[in-house]
Design a binder for this molecule. Structure first.
Ligand SMILES: [Zn+2]
Length: 449
């Protein structure tokens, strides 16, 4: 009771006492004639009788309305009890699912579904518990029910999407990801999931648009986005080249190399494409520019192939210009040595190979030295000596997959061994040497740092 109620109660009590006192002082007289009877009484008695009758009627009315509301109250109480049991089952089901008890989770989910008239959370729990027990059909049925309800559509679609991905159905997964994206483009992780599926399905143009969207939404760093788009354009250009769409391939490669100028495979492909449409000089300039910063054996090979009609001596002249773009680099020496070997300029080839051998001995150098010894001096012993060294030499740099470590001949958008996207890099492969210890063979692997 608060102060206000106490005050009202006190005021009312005082009023009643004052009223009773006043009535006692002024009792008055009332005479009633009714059907031959005469009743003589006071005004106070009449007032008390009236007050008593009002109280009786009020009590009777309250009793009657309580009686009238009783069935509804009983129904409400029963419903509340049922809901409490439903939510208890739901929480027990969630605990069971989290603990990996799929049977318990499914039992509680069914119970919650019945008690709570299948609210979305019970459907979701049933679907997830069914997934745990491996009952894909029940899970799909419940995800579908969630997907059909506009309020829980996203939840259901994402459940179906996960199912499709786990079943390896990328096309269906992508369709569902697009549907989910239309519903809620800002849903957590959806853009990334969609991008993965687009890449998986080789939908490069769509993937490019998704990357741009991620950059616009600040979910991806702009530089990272540009690099990814360049890689996607490279793949589109490669496919365009296969179907003789030369102009399209060229335009894609030009944009890709503008987006990511350090993308050596892109620059290489651009030079190759320019060479294919008789623009060898422009292609050579691109390679020379790249050579100044990142000399690479694949670049040298493209450079050589740009003017195939030239004789070996003319090629040496070209490679001398390339050498001048980055004179101190090992790759410059190796590229010029190879050109000199082809032109039978033994002295020039030897000068450059010796220069390389001062810094490191690799299988590639060993093979070139062996060729030189055999071609210049017909010295088979020396050639054999160089070839024998290849096994122990420091490995040549190669295109490696950062996911599975497999080596590939050229840069590719996807690893041909494990399919990993954009994971091929130019690096030093692990050195594997076979040593004999206590009569048994051991493989010693030296992983690059
Ligand atoms: Zn791989």
């Amino acid at each position: 009771m608060n102060i206000f109620s106490i005050s009202v109660f006190l005021i009312l009590t005082v009023c009643i006492i004052l009223g009773e006192v006043w009535l006692a002082d002024n009792p008055g007289e009332v005479t009633v004639y009714w059907r031959g009877y005469r009743i003589d009484t006071s005004v106070a008695i009449i007032l008390h009788v009236v007050a008593f009758l009002i109280a009786v009627v009020a009590l009777a009315y309250r009793f009657w309305s309580a009686l009238r509301r009783a069935p509804q109250q009983i129904r409400l109480r029963r419903q509340l009890r049922r809901e409490r049991r439903g939510y208890d089952a739901l929480s027990q089901g969630l605990i069971a699912a989290a603990a990996g008890d799929s049977t318990g989770a499914l039992r509680q989910a069914k119970k919650a579904g019945v008690l709570l008239s299948s609210p979305p959370i019970a459907k979701l729990l049933t679907a997830q518990a069914a997934e745990l027990t491996g009952d894909k059909n029940v899970a799909r049925e419940h995800y579908q029910a969630l997907a059909d309800d506009p309020q829980t559509a996203l939840l259901g679609i994402r459940g179906l999407l996960e199912q499709a991905r786990n079943a390896g159905n990328s096309e269906e997964a992508l369709r569902l990801a697009d549907e989910a994206y239309r519903l809620r483009p800002d849903a957590e992780g959806l853009l990334e999931q969609r991008l993965e599926l687009q890449i998986e399905g080789n939908y490069w143009e769509d993937a490019e648009a998704t990357v741009q969207e991620a950059v616009n939404r600040k979910e991806m760093d702009a530089e990272d986005g540009a690099k990814r788009r360049a890689v996607m354009m490279f793949e589109q250009a490669r496919l365009a080249m296969l179907s003789q769409e030369n102009e399209r391939a060229l335009s894609l490669l030009q944009t890709a190399t503008k987006l990511h100028p350090q993308f050596i495979a892109g620059q290489m492909k651009l030079a190759e494409q320019l060479g294919a449409i008789n623009k060898a000089r422009r292609a050579s300039r691109i390679i020379e520019k790249c050579w100044a910063t990142t000399p690479h054996p694949n670049l040298a090979a493209v450079y050589r192939a740009l003017e195939p009609e030239l004789d070996a001596l003319a090629q040496v002249k070209r490679f001398e210009s390339l050498f001048e773009c980055n004179p101190g680099h090992v790759e410059s020496h190796l590229a010029l040595a190879e050109a000199a070997l082809a032109a039978e300029l033994w002295g020039q080839a030897r000068t450059h190979l010796v220069k390389v051998s001062e810094s490191r001995i690799t299988p590639r150098l060993c093979r070139l030295m062996a060729t030189l010894e055999e071609a210049q001096c017909q010295d088979r012993d020396k050639a054999q000596h160089w070839l024998a060294q290849t096994a122990m030499a420091e490995p040549d740099m190669a295109w490696l997959c950062r996911s599975c470590g497999a080596e590939s001949e050229t840069w590719q958008v996807r690893c041909s061994n494990c399919g990993f996207f954009n994971g091929i890099f130019w690096g030093k492969p692990p050195k594997v040497a076979r040593l004999s210890r206590n009569g048994s063979d051991h493989l010693i692997q030296d992983l690059p740092g």
